[in-house]
Design a protein around this ligand. Structure first.
Ligand SMILES: [Zn+2]
Ligand SMILES: [Zn+2]
Length: 371
């Protein structure tokens, strides 16, 4: 299934996978958006086979859990692995799947841990390069409405890291029994006569509720769940969609020059998060089935079947900036350039906006009162 990489990496028994430059022997790194590995030392390029999109094999969830009921922490989180840097000879350790040597900065790609549960089979290689990620960040800061002026003037992120983040996806067929009620609105007109004989008419909406129970079937395909805990999921979920049709067979060469996290959320916990993501879809189907003008769902029980999963890596440029002693993080989708970030709000700018709003409201009230 895995084609032999044309770069033929040299592998030691336990050491890192190496991608030596054919011209000078230095370490090659993957270049986003290009099908090449490039030498940072002499500029020599070597082709990388990125030809065919790859429909990742989907695995049966129940069978996988039966085989590995609960992966050990070491299998899921990975343990720090010792390695010798091929470039400077220093010994280091890392809990990542790929990293940089802390002494010389050379890329290091580690092999799968011997007992790693579900190593990635596919990867979305970086497409957006670092410069574009930094540009996306400054454009984003300039466009921030309530951001402080000083931040807009010195929009600079300290450090931008290209990180492959582990992901799960889940497919499932769901069959749900529910009970609830639907409401039909009607307009009621009230007429009131006061002591002096003046009549006023008011209308209001009343809803009549009717109980109903039934069943709905909803099939889900590729519900994506981030398997990392290093960034808040609200931040990283904003980066979707990932474009899973562009998944490539896993090749360690794509990781060279980037950080690669090991998963921090196992198959079972990822599935629970996927169910949370499926829930609004099931709820919407029930509401549709209930009909009427309004719907109330009192109870539901969902049966999941034919659950499939796959595991892959997504490319993200990650950075943070500091403002007023607080750290704000941001992330850029390494495929699409989509950015998601936490942001400071300027108290002064918000106060100014509120005052402007009040001033406009004040003049409207004044003009109306003059008419
Ligand atoms: Zn070279
Ligand atoms: Zn080194």
């Amino acid at each position: 299934m895995e084609p032999a990489p044309p770069t033929s990496p040299a592998e030691d028994a336990a050491g890192p996978t190496r991608f030596p430059c054919g011209a000078c022997g230095s370490a090659l790194t993957f270049q986003p958006g290009k099908s090449v590995l490039e030498c940072g030392h002499c500029g020599h390029q070597q082709a990388l086979d990125v030809s065919d999109p790859h429909l990742a094999a989907e695995h049966d969830f129940e069978a996988a859990l039966a085989a590995k009921p609960r992966a050990s922490a070491a299998e899921v989180y990975g343990t720090a692995q010792q390695y010798h840097c091929e470039t400077c000879g220093a010994s280091s350790s890392t809990d990542k799947k790929s990293d940089h040597c802390p002494f010389c900065g050379a890329p290091v790609v580690l092999q799968d841990a011997p007992n790693e549960a579900f190593p990635p089979e596919t990867v979305l290689p970086f497409h957006v390069d670092k410069r574009s990620a930094v540009e996306a960040f400054s454009a984003w800061v300039q466009g921030l409405w309530f951001a402080p002026n000083e931040l807009q003037q010195n929009a600079k992120s300290d450090r931008v890291d290209g990180v492959y983040i582990p992901y799960w996806t889940y497919d499932a067929d769901t069959f749900t029994r529910y009970s609830g009620s639907y409401g039909i609105d009607r307009v009621v007109t009230d007429t009131d006569t006061d002591d002096e004989g003046n009549t006023t008419t008011t209308t209001r909406v009343e809803t009549d509720w009717y109980p109903k129970s039934g069943t709905v079937s909803v099939a889900f395909d590729d519900v994506v769940v981030c398997a990392s805990k290093s960034l808040p999921h609200e931040l990283i979920d904003e980066l979707e969609p990932w474009g899973l049709e562009d998944l490539r067979p896993f090749d360690p060469a794509f990781l060279s020059g980037f950080l690669t996290e090991r998963k921090a959320i196992d198959l079972r916990d990822g599935y629970a998060l996927a169910q949370e993501k499926m829930d609004p879809g099931i709820h919407a189907a029930i509401c549709h089935d209930l009909g009427g003008d309004r719907q109330r769902v009192d109870s539901k029980s969902v049966a999941y079947s034919d659950i499939k999963f796959k595991h892959f890596l997504c490319p993200v440029w990650v950075s943070s900036f500091r403002y007023n002693d607080k750290v704000y993080r941001f992330a850029v989708n390494g495929r699409t350039g989509e950015l998601s970030g936490e942001r400071p709000y300027s108290a002064a700018k918000i106060a100014a906006a509120v005052l402007t709003g009040l001033a406009i409201l004040g003049s409207v009230v004044y003009i109306l009162s003059q008419q």
